[in-house]
Design a protein around this ligand. Structure first.
Ligand SMILES: [Ca+2]
Ligand SMILES: [Ca+2]
Ligand SMILES: [Ca+2]
Length: 135
């Protein structure tokens, strides 16, 4: 499983392998990519990407939609070792080590603190994304 698949599975609540309009709305409401596309655009996004007109998005459609985010999503997924949807201190430390950067705990704490907007001590996807943009 890769990062995109992970996100897709999280929003495919009834596990039928498709995002329905309401599942797509939830996805847009979470605004993971801070792209300013709110759920009011769900209909349009569905129409633009729903090639076979069954009013559902399959994984290929979803991958196409998120093509530009793919790298960041996979990096997040690699760091989030226990796949709970958050990157915590240990996971971020290991993530940096994989990239050849060995930081002390207090540096990692600092990095998390800078980007941890909801103050829960770990990074969700939007926080992780802004962290990458800031280093
Ligand atoms: Ca579904
Ligand atoms: Ca985690
Ligand atoms: Ca957080």
């Amino acid at each position: 499983m890769d990062g995109l698949k992970f996100f897709f599975t999280r929003y495919d609540r009834d596990c039928d392998g498709y995002l329905s309009l309401s599942e797509l709305r939830d996805f847009l409401d979470d605004n993971l990519f801070e792209c300013q596309i709110g759920s009011e655009h769900a209909e349009r996004i569905m129409t633009e990407n729903d090639v076979d007109l069954d009013r559902k998005l399959d994984f290929d459609d979803f991958s196409f939609l998120l093509y530009a985010e793919k790298k960041t999503i996979n990096l997040f997924y690699d760091c989030d070792e226990n796949h709970d949807g958050f990157v915590d201190l240990e996971e971020l430390k290991t993530g940096f080590q994989k990239l050849g950067e060995d930081y002390e705990d207090d540096i990692i704490e600092e990095i998390i603190y800078e980007s941890d907007r909801d103050g829960d001590g770990k990074l969700n996807y939007p926080e992780f994304r802004s962290m990458l943009n800031s280093i």
